[in-house]
Write a protein that binds this ligand. Structure first.
Ligand SMILES: NC(=O)c1ccc[n+]([C@@H]2O[C@H](COP(=O)([O-])OP(=O)(O)OC[C@H]3O[C@@H](n4cnc5c(N)ncnc54)[C@H](OP(=O)(O)O)[C@@H]3O)[C@@H](O)[C@H]2O)c1
Length: 281
């Protein structure tokens, strides 16, 4: 395989690149500075240049507040990019999100109707509808991610550790409403490594991958505080609604993926967290 990873500098993409390279797979992962993926001509030129046998699309604008504007660049990245990559015809793993659901009817299987609550969810849902039927495409939906990253504030999970440290002993409000299933990027990367050779051959369509521990940001923070030298009492539960609506509980059922026989068992949250925080710093 000669794999193109888009978004290879991101939280998930960097771990996908690492896992593929560790497995001896040939990988190309041009940076944003090298190729702007919202530019259709630059994208075509890049695909022609590398002529990858497989593609893993980890590029996206994944911050819901930045997606609300629905501006051209965001649509180009979250909706048009997956369509253009799929049209190249080679096996494609496209990463999607639990935010395609409204969070009112968990757990969700792959066939559950998409009912996004915010613009980010709508864009990811639209991308799915454009490519899900193509024989070369596997869409992997994942929930909130964490893993080794340089800047803790670039993940909705490890930002809690960054905020605790910044507060220097002071208290930090953490959402205690929405139920989340934090999922380790290294586990997802291993899952993609296992699936990739079979995409478009044995497997096509939508699959779910998820951690299995139900938490709120507040309970994540309580687990994290002692690991970064803070006191759990600094974490305060926040019960106010967020400015951009977010789903309550989008628990993704992983039954379909387990049935493939290739399922990667999720690392327990506390174990994965130690790895993520230690490797990063
Ligand atoms: N993070 C989560 O909690 C979460 C939850 C569910 C699903 N997902 C999905 O998982 C996937 C990976 O997310 P992530 O958290 O790894 O995202 P991320 O850390 O924000 O990484 C996004 C990547 O896309 C690149 N990128 C953005 N705009 C680009 C452009 N115009 N041209 C070229 N590259 C561009 C970024 O490069 P630069 O940084 O250099 O711009 C970065 O490498 C996404 O599909 C996301 O929707 C994420």
């Amino acid at each position: 395989m000669n794999v193109l990873v888009t978004g290879g500098s991101g939280a998930l993409g960097s771990q996908v690149v690492e896992a593929l390279r560790q497995a001896g797979v040939q990988v190309v992962a041009p940076t944003h500075a090298e190729v702007d993926l919202t530019d259709a001509d630059a994208l075509s030129a890049m695909l022609a240049h590398y002529n990858p046998t497989h593609i893993v699309n980890c590029a996206a604008q994944r911050r819901p507040d930045r997606c609300e504007s629905e501006d051209e660049a965001v649509i180009a990245l979250n909706v048009l990019l997956p369509k253009r990559l799929a049209a190249f015809g080679r096996p494609l793993v496209h990463i999607s999100t639990d935010y395609v659901f409204n969070g009112a009817n968990a757990p969700y299987n792959e066939e559950a109707p998409r009912r996004p609550l915010n613009a980010y969810g709508r864009q990811k849902a639209e991308a799915e509808t454009l490519i899900e039927a193509l024989p070369n495409v596997l869409i992997l939906r994942v929930p909130i991610l964490f893993g080794p990253i340089q800047d803790w504030s670039n993940s909705a999970v490890t930002v809690l550790a960054a905020n605790l440290l910044k507060a220097k002993g002071g208290s930090v409000m953490m959402d205690d409403i929405a139920i989340r299933y934090p999922t380790f990027t290294c586990d997802i990367a291993q899952q993609i490594l296992r699936l990739l050779p079979h995409v478009g051959v044995r497997f096509q369509g939508i699959y779910h991958y998820s951690g299995e521990e139900a938490m709120t940001k507040f309970t994540m923070g309580m687990t994290m505080a002692p690991l970064v030298g803070c006191d759990a009492s600094q974490c305060l539960p926040d019960h106010r609604p967020t400015p951009v609506p977010r789903p309550y509980d989008c628990h993704l059922s992983t039954r379909k993926l387990r049935q493939t026989g290739l399922f990667v068992a999720p690392t327990p949250f506390a174990t994965a967290l130690i790895k993520a925080l230690m490797v990063s710093h």
